[in-house]
Ligand binder design. Sequence first.
Ligand SMILES: *Cc1c(COP(=O)(O)O)cnc(C)c1O
Length: 488
Amino acid sequence: MPKLPIIEPFRIKSVEPIRMTTTEERVGLLQAAGNNTFFLRSEDVIIDLLTDSGTGAMSSAQWAALMRGDESYAGSPSFERFEAAVQDILGFEEVIPTHQGRAAEHLLFSIFGGAPNVIPNNSHFDTTRANAEVSGAIALDHPCLESGDTASMFPFKGNMDLIALRATLECGNVPLVMVTVTNNAGGGQPVSLENLRGIRGLCDEFKLPLFIDACRFGENAWFIKKREEGQGERDVTDIVRDMFDLADGCTMSAKKDGMANIGGFLACRDKDLADELRRRLVVTEGFPTYGGLAGRDLEAVAQGLREVVREDYLAYRAASIRYVVEALHERGVPVLRPPGGHAVFLDAARFLEHLPWQNYPGHALALELYLEGGIRACEIGTVMLGGKDPETGEETPAKHELVRLAIPRRTYTQSHMDYVIEIIDAVHKRRATIDGVSILKSPPVLRHFGATFGRITVGSPLGADLDADSVGELDTRRVRRETLDKDV
Ligand SMILES: *Cc1c(COP(=O)(O)O)cnc(C)c1O
């Protein structure tokens, strides 16, 4: 049979209007937002690619499942359906619902965290790192070496560096190993089955549990099918089971591959561990059969988990990211390759070559995408991840200056993506004229959420043309509305 071209494997039943804005309006809106896209109202955004977390469209089957939600405090059949979906798909017997992924992390580290423990991961997502660190533990990232080159076509740039992991395990104080699939902080890049087996081998050698941060497990399994030798003919559901059979448990944000707007869980094999986790769950999240979720949310997640492993969906999902990445690459736009599973990453250091890292090229580029076409993206560079020299206290750059365009699941069409490509191309053509930015005010932690920025004219010495007045007064009503949601 000839292979059919890949299309969106759904049709649209309900639509949400997009409010179009003019360039003049956007100039004013961005000024009022202190040049920070987190302070924009979503109604003032044309294409919102800030995050793929909880922003996707649910299917008609998920909406129908909401009506079936049983809101009983204890023993709800909605929980049974949720539990069965996790058991069937991931193979873990013990299933503990939480209101979202970070609550599962918090629970896990309430047992495995604390000083002087060290938690290795391919790359901690920011909430995972924060939960480990708040518990007193040290969060260590061991991404594979290939992940350092944004242009390398290595197929599994999400892999963990096994040599670094062994060195960390030999130092001791490691209570468990984590691995994030796909590697969100590392560009949505997948982890191979071979690498997962290598990690399991080291966990066996050092007698340690392995927990998977499972947020994008469906996307990861799809890349294993497509990119790993000998996997091409296998069912995604079997690959998923192979991945999780190597682990002792997982944490999950159902806002990602749970295809829901809210939800999460922790799952594991060890009954004693699960019982202890449930005792703690009641204190902060709720009774073990709802864990901070409404019965209807449990239903939406149960249905979403079954939909995310469908191969027509995953083929479309991967194609929709690849389409944008390859179109941009053909136009000479520096973009992270190979395409990842949930987002397109622009390499702002190469895009805006004339801007030194001190002028935050990633943030400058994110602002231009909004001005040019009302696209909201997110800097993942020095503003978000920059450090401080412990001796001089001076700012140090992040490893990369990236702009992430996260694609919500089943939400935008190919013509929306054509628009995104056109806007980025237009910004790229006028890149030499783009000004840098400077931080005007910044909170001590997680500054990307709360900082305000000024523009710096190209060619001027660092910070010289900074005009604080031009930024305008930040609308405090907006600031209050903003949550400190760390999920970006
Ligand atoms: C989103 C995310 C989390 C946290 O999940 P929330 O539901 O936002 O709390 C953890 N790890 C990864 C890899 C994520 O992408």
